[in-house]
Design a protein around this ligand. Structure first.
Ligand SMILES: Cc1cc2nc3c(=O)[nH]c(=O)nc-3n(C[C@H](O)[C@H](O)[C@H](O)COP(=O)(O)OP(=O)(O)OC[C@H]3O[C@@H](n4cnc5c(N)ncnc54)[C@H](O)[C@@H]3O)c2cc1C
Ligand code: SF4
Length: 335
């Protein structure tokens, strides 16, 4: 049996102080990732600092310029929020397509952003090779089963896929992550919040010791208001993405695209912004031919391994279908 202490924090500042005083302590949100990892022997914190009893930080606030989501909001509450559904639909959709209703009722937004890879070698300590779990030990996935692994952003040290959905939508929509640590508060663009594995796959975020996520802020924009999230997976529910795309379009009255947002999930080591695809869409007619041509630019630097070459084509088709569906949905609404 693993023993650990459990403490309820009454304020984020208290939680930071508790974490600072005990470097092997970990913050606890809904526990849907952390408790799993403790059970399978991957995480072994000496103390859990429960954030979920802290008052405040669980509100969704929207004004003319931005959406602000407290780190302690539950996934299901954010997904169902009327303003999120209306003005940032990709975020609502990404949340709804993740996990199960029971998990979404438990899981917090802060914990969601910090979820770990589903690489089977990482999650099973009986495999001794895993640089993410045990730096310098090797990577079993490199020569093992890697059908679900990443084709973008990989290194010779790790090819684990970033598994989450929400962060893909946040990346497409230029979200900012708010943090609080012993040295005060700061913000990071969501793209910078996720690190490439490089030579140190054990470092997934540039968080300083005892630093906590306090909120996520997403700017309001025409692209955000006309956005969507498409997730392709082996079964239709309760499954991680084989590939996913968060897309947003601002279309001028003449039918040309004024602004476009595209990010990929399920195929990369972090949420993957596709700026070349966005550039290929911008200024051109919002047509099936343009969507197809632009989508061909997705996953351009892909490095497939033995079992996952299918993800390159799947990523491109997912982008194309997401754009087509988004475009068709709005035309239907305008009729
Ligand atoms: C069966 C199953 C299926 C799933 N399917 C999907 C899916 O399809 N798509 C998807 O996106 N996700 C999926 N998930 C993952 C799920 O979304 C995450 O488990 C959940 O969002 C984590 O939130 P939590 O509050 O429970 O985090 P916790 O488990 O409490 O914490 C996760 C990590 O975040 C840290 N942490 C928590 N809060 C903070 C904070 N405020 N600041 C800094 N660090 C913090 C913890 O220390 C821990 O390391 C699935 C999970 C399960 C178990
Ligand atoms: S892909 Fe990354 S997480 Fe998976 S075994 Fe290799 S080093 Fe570990």
């Amino acid at each position: 049996m693993r023993t650990f202490e459990y403490t309820r924090a009454d304020a984020l500042e208290t939680a930071v102080a508790l974490l600072q005083g005990d470097p092997s302590a970990a913050p606890l949100g809904g526990g849907t990732t952390l408790i799993d990892l403790m059970k399978c022997g991957v995480a072994d914190p000496s103390r859990l600092v429960d954030l979920t009893w802290i008052p405040g930080h669980d509100a969704v606030e929207a004004d003319a310029s931005a959406l602000r989501i407290g780190a302690l909001c539950r996934m299901s509450d954010v997904a169902a929020h009327p303003e999120v559904r209306r003005r940032w639909p990709a975020i609502s959709r990404a949340l709804l397509l993740g996990a199960s209703q029971q998990l979404r009722n438990m899981a917090t937004i802060g914990g969601n952003l910090m979820q770990r890879t589903r690489c089977g070698y990482f999650r099973d300590p009986s495999f001794t090779e895993c640089n993410k779990r045990d730096p310098g030990s090797g990577c079993a996935a490199m020569h093992g089963e890697n059908r679900g692994h990443a084709v973008l952003g990989t290194s010779e040290h790790c090819i684990a896929t970033y598994p989450g959905d929400l962060a893909v939508a946040l990346t497409a929509l230029d979200a900012v992550v708010h943090l609080l640590g012993p040295d005060g508060s700061r913000t990071l663009p969501v793209d910078a919040f996720f690190l490439l594995p490089g030579e140190t796959p054990q470092h997934e975020h540039p968080l300083r010791p005892a630093e906590l996520i306090t909120a996520v802020e997403v700017p309001a924009s025409a692209c955000a208001a006309r956005s969507s999230y498409l997730k392709v997976r082996d079964r239709v529910s309760y499954e991680f993405a084989a590939a996913s795309a968060a897309v947003g379009l601002e279309v001028r009255p003449d039918g040309c695209i004024a602004d476009a947002r595209v990010a990929l999930g399920g195929v990369a080591t972090k949420p993957w912004r596709e700026r070349d695809v966005e550039a290929a869409l911008t200024g051109r007619p919002a047509s099936a031919a343009v969507f197809r041509e632009a989508a061909e630019l997705a996953a351009a630097d892909a490095r497939p391994r033995r079992h996952n070459a299918y993800k390159v084509e799947l990523a491109r088709r997912t982008v194309e279908r997401a754009l087509l569906t988004l475009s068709a949905t709005r035309e239907d609404e305008e009729r």
